[in-house]
Design a binder for this molecule. Structure first.
Ligand code: MTE
Length: 326
């Protein structure tokens, strides 16, 4: 990946419009708080693993409802990283229709008692969706605030009855080089792969997104289902998932394989640990008012440890020095 400070990746101003997002935010938060409560309760039944505090305390949103200004939908759906569709920020939107999402199925395999090939309908049917507003911090040092629609990954994984030998979960994106222009270049070793430790995967904040901004998730953002792990750099949030495998050992992951010294397996957002080629102390926030500018010109803000989710997830990393760990 490239540092946006050194590369233009410009979006055309004509592609970005202001949508009164800030004004609508309060209504959105109100509506989704009611839904969020149920989802948090559902997330907390995931077997015996470290869980966030499930009480919605006064003023506390437990990480499910960031109150930062939302990124304009037009920005979040036109300034993307989805290398299967090309490496320019505008390529994923430009080539979005090359990704064919119907029919779609997901292979579930590895250390579980209910492996199989599940249709998208099988996967999604039991899961009511809710809205969650999460910060998304890319390792390239830009960030967005996105209202996702989806459900906790834990609720999906439990259905496949993972065995006690399942210590990690691995994910794969669709492989379709005939259609996906980016897969004809060797920029990564396809298919795109990611993985989480089991306790990270079962954390209630970890979600499967099927929508954003109250609409079906667009292809460029990872239709029909993608992972969202808000305390980790964005490359962990793998798009267009076709395979989920329960593994005993840490699975190989795409960016880590391509440059292990630059992209860690854990990849927890940490302002104190620089990428070898740039600092991670600050980020360019693409917010609602960021009309027609690339991340180069977005306002710089301080990056937060674990992307602001330390209260919820720091306990997952007990014994690790969070100041040094990435
Ligand atoms: N998933 C796949 N399959 N391919 C990718 O290139 N890019 C990652 C992640 N998921 C990527 C991917 C990176 S680097 C980021 S920052 C986020 O997707 C960007 O998500 P967005 O385009 O929805 O903002």
């Amino acid at each position: 990946m490239h540092n946006p400070e050194k590369k233009s990746g410009l979006i055309k101003s004509s592609e970005i419009t202001d949508r009164d997002i800030f004004r609508n935010r309060r209504a959105i938060i109100k509506a989704s708080m009611a839904l969020g409560g149920g989802a948090i309760a559902a997330g907390s039944i995931a077997g015996g693993l470290a869980m966030a505090n499930t009480e919605t305390g006064a003023g506390g949103d437990n990480g499910f409802q960031a109150t930062d200004e939302l990124t304009a939908k037009e920005t979040a759906t036109s300034y993307n990283n989805f290398y299967e569709l090309g490496t320019d920020k505008g390529d994923p939107l430009r080539y979005a229709n090359r990704l064919v999402t119907e029919p779609w199925s997901v292979v579930i395999d590895g250390e579980c008692d209910k492996p199989g090939t599940y249709t998208l309908e099988d996967i999604l049917k039991p899961h009511p969706t809710e809205e969650r507003i999460y910060r998304l911090r890319c390792v390239e040092a830009w960030s967005m605030v996105i209202p996702w629609n989806g459900f906790s990954l834990a609720d999906l994984l439990k259905r496949f009855e993972p065995r006690s030998t399942a210590k990690y979960v691995a994910f794969e994106t669709i492989l379709d080089p005939d259609r996906l222009p980016g897969q004809r270049s060797r920029v990564l070793d396809w298919p795109y792969r990611e993985g989480l430790r089991m306790d990270e995967a079962m954390h209630p904040l970890t979600m499967i997104a099927t929508g954003m901004y109250g609409e079906t998730i667009p292809n460029q953002n990872g239709a029909p289902l993608r992972l969202v792990v808000p305390w980790k750099y964005g490359y962990k949030s793998i798009k267009s998932i076709v395979r989920i495998s329960f593994t005993e050992t840490q699975p190989p992951t795409s960016w880590n394989m391509s440059a292990p010294h630059e992209y860690g397996f854990f990849s927890n957002v940490n302002p104190g640990v620089s990428h070898p080629r740039w600092s991670q102390a600050k980020e360019r926030r693409l917010a609602g008012k960021t009309k027609g500018v690339s991340s180069l010109f977005a306002p710089k803000i301080e990056t937060q440890l674990l992307n602001g989710y330390a209260d919820q997830v720091a306990s997952l990393y007990e014994g690790m020095d969070l100041k040094k760990f990435y």
